[in-house]
Design a protein around this ligand. Structure first.
Ligand SMILES: [Zn+2]
Length: 696
């Protein structure tokens, strides 16, 4: 009986609640904050939560002296009125009744409270209590069911009377009679400051408008539109109308044509503000906010083991708060996990979000369309549309960061895709981009056309120190995070790879880029192209197929990393007809194994980057499988794809490791990839910046 009465009343008081949510009242808290009028506008001080307990604490109303706040508090299945004393910080119960009381309002006589009372038979009427909480009796014997009210004077009260539609009624205490003044109204009825008028909300199909009612004439006029998502309002003594939307306090000064932002609150409990009330002197404001869900923003991940970017740790857990890793260590030692949402990841390994070192989101596999056709025939819009899917597939595969090494004819579209991801418009990994990349005039492709035709190229051509300076700067201005240069390409007399730029030219590119704080990456497959790029000061070398022991030693000495792109060669040979597993390995694959072995033997830092785009996006793990197949330990391959790449890409303070303070970019896979590298394909959960972006 008690519970059903309670639910009925909540349903009446909170008509926007769906039925399921009405099963438990929403937790809300009341905050009070200093309010000050300054020449620049209203200033709000630090808010204090005066009802810091779980449950419904709502409907604040100020005492006339501004020293206490009356409010409604739901406890043990019904509500009573409580009073918070600002001077002492103490809270006391005012009504202690088996009935439920709501909406405490100090009456114009200053000595009584009027409340909405839900009586034992569920009748909802306006009642009068002493300020100490003793019931006096119904204010209006016959007017019901009443939801909200506001006093105009000692004998006149305006009421929100429930019904279909809800009506605004004016009642006289002396006669006990009421009359309808407006229909289909919202829940905010207020006496306007300094005048005998009432403001109320007129609901309509688009939300509603705030109107002023002149009680003498019964005429009303529009004051303002309702702000988005809230119909609760308050007046300052100076006649400014306040409301809130989300975490933002708004004001309407009567002259502006829109609601103005006063302040955005950062308190977790004020992210969804509903009711507000300004003290009679205008020096304080009371705000009601939804309580944050338990453990809001805190997630405890409980895998079997954690790879932190360097080592594997069985039995570790990871705590994520907001967008960061808050703690990582043995599950029993994690502090601050009480109340956190727990995600069990049994049988799984948790790793830092993987970092792809060499992607082309604007390419798709060459067995679907040749590189020439993609560059020359596919429209920019088509390529961008594909890239949107590629970005999502990459992220879902657990690769939360990519270094994208050239749009291959798609102009600077990588910059826009990066922005769309960063702005949350499309899902995708964090991106480092290079825009068009730089090639020596006449060395790149598509080629083989009659010289009369000016054929668009897959990268930006340049020659000589002046032009290279200009093109490097232009790409930086266009949004390049790295500058990519082709130190050699297949332009030899027989179509073989040959060096392109001189050491001086490469050095100029590196100096120009470095001056702006950007590193340079070189495509190089020949020993001489690699040597020139190393001497010029590039930071990573892509492919490196023809690297000799001397060249790899030079790389190791200077800390230049090799991004071997094993998968690109593996894919291209298969597109050319190699039946992997059946046919013997082609000479190019045998040679690649040998050169990768020379790089490992020389101690060259190994970047994980597969040239994905040549093969399907989302299949990024293929490169790690081949790294292991070609001689790397699984743990070393995992390090390359996490901590090593993060360091090589100057991101080591943000991603690539699981430790407190790092961005919560995380991937959970079934199994243990330090034993079977292929387990990287069994992605079960992906988190980027603390947000769950994939869970299977
Ligand atoms: Zn590439």
């Amino acid at each position: 009986m008690t519970i059903s009465r309670y639910l009925l009343c909540l349903a009446a008081a909170l008509p926007e609640l769906p039925p399921a949510a009405a099963q438990s009242p929403p937790g809300t808290d009341i905050f009070i904050a200093p309010l000050e009028r300054r020449p620049a506008g209203l200033a709000v001080g630090a808010p204090l939560n005066i009802t810091g307990r779980a449950g419904y604490d709502n409907q604040p109303g100020w005492s006339p002296d501004g020293r206490s706040v009356y409010y409604t508090s739901a406890r043990e299945g019904q509500t009573d009125i409580f009073r918070y004393d600002i001077g002492t910080g103490r809270t006391a119960a005012v009504t202690r009744t088996p009935e439920s009381e709501y909406s405490p309002t100090v009456m114009p006589d200053g000595g009584h409270l009027s409340v909405i009372r839900v009586e034992l038979d569920s009748t909802q009427r306006l009642w009068q209590f002493t300020l100490e909480g003793a019931p006096v009796g119904p204010v209006l014997e016959a007017v019901k069911p009443v939801g909200y009210h506001a006093w105009l004077g000692p004998d006149t009260v305006f009421l929100f009377v429930l019904g279909n539609p809800a009506t605004l009624q004016r009642a006289r205490v002396a006669t006990g009679q009421s009359e309808i003044m407006a229909r289909n109204i919202g829940r905010s009825i207020l006496r306007m400051p300094g005048r005998d008028a009432i403001s109320y909300v007129q609901r309509d199909s688009t939300g509603g408008t705030i109107r002023e009612l002149d009680p003498r004439t019964g005429q009303s006029r529009e004051l303002a539109p309702l702000p988005a998502g809230n119909e609760f309002l308050a007046w300052t003594p100076e006649g400014e109308l306040l409301s809130a939307s989300g975490n933002t306090l708004l004001r309407w000064n009567g002259r502006a044509s829109a609601w103005e932002e006063v302040l955005r609150f950062s308190e977790p409990g004020l992210q969804r503000i509903s009711r507000i009330a300004v003290s009679p002197a205008g020096d304080r404001i009371a705000l009601v906010g939804d309580e944050p869900a338990p453990g809001d923003g805190t997630v405890l991940l409980l895998p079997d083991r954690v790879f932190d970017g360097i080592e594997m740790h069985p039995g570790w857990a990871v705590l994520v708060r907001g967008d960061r890793i808050a703690a990582a260590g043995p599950a029993a030692t994690i502090e601050g996990a009480a109340g956190a949402r727990r995600i069990a990841l049994s049988g799984m390994t948790l790793l830092p979000g993987l970092i792809e070192g060499h992607s082309h989101l604007l390419l798709h596999p060459y067995n679907e369309a040749s590189w020439n056709d993609q560059v020359l025939r596919e429209s920019l819009a088509l390529r961008v549309a594909r890239a949107v899917n590629h970005a999502r597939l990459t992220l879902e595969a657990g690769f939360t960061t990519v270094r994208d090494l050239g749009t291959e004819g798609a102009a600077e579209a990588d910059v826009g895709i990066k922005q769309a991801i960063a702005q949350g418009i499309i899902p995708g990994p964090r991106m480092l981009v290079t825009t068009r990349a730089i090639v020596a005039t006449g060395s790149y492709g598509p080629r083989g056309f009659d010289p009369r035709w000016e054929v668009p190229q897959g990268a930006e051509e340049a020659s000589g120190l002046e032009e290279l300076t200009r093109v490097t700067r232009r790409q930086i201005a266009a949004g390049a995070d790295w500058i990519k240069v082709y130190a050699d390409y297949r332009w030899g007399p027989g179509g073989e790879a040959r060096p392109t730029f001189s050491v001086d030219e490469l050095t100029r590119i590196v100096e120009t880029a470095r001056s702006s704080g950007r590193p340079v990456v070189a495509h190089a497959a020949t020993a001489e192209g690699m040597r020139r790029a190393i001497l010029a000061g590039v930071e990573t070398i892509e492919h490196g197929d023809g690297g000799t022991p001397e060249v790899f030693r030079l790389m190791a000495e200077r800390g230049v990393a090799l991004c071997p792109t094993l998968s690109a060669g593996d894919a291209v040979r298969q597109y050319a007809g190699w039946r992997k597993g059946t046919d013997p390995e082609p000479a190019a694959i045998v040679e690649k194994r040998a050169s990768f072995g020379r790089a490992l033997a020389a101690g060259v830092p190994i970047c994980m980057g597969g040239d994905v785009g040549v093969y399907p996006h989302g299949d990024n793990a293929r490169e790690l499988e081949l790294m292991v197949n070609y001689g790397m330990k699984p743990l070393d391959a995992l390090r390359s794809a996490t901590a090593v790449n993060a360091r090589l890409f100057h991101l080591e303070e943000q991603v690539g490791a699981i430790r407190p303070g790092m961005l919560a970019d995380l991937v959970a896979v079934a199994g243990d990839p330090s034993v079977r590298i292929g387990d990287l394909r069994h992605v079960k959960l992906v988190m980027k910046g603390g947000a769950l972006v994939a869970q299977r």
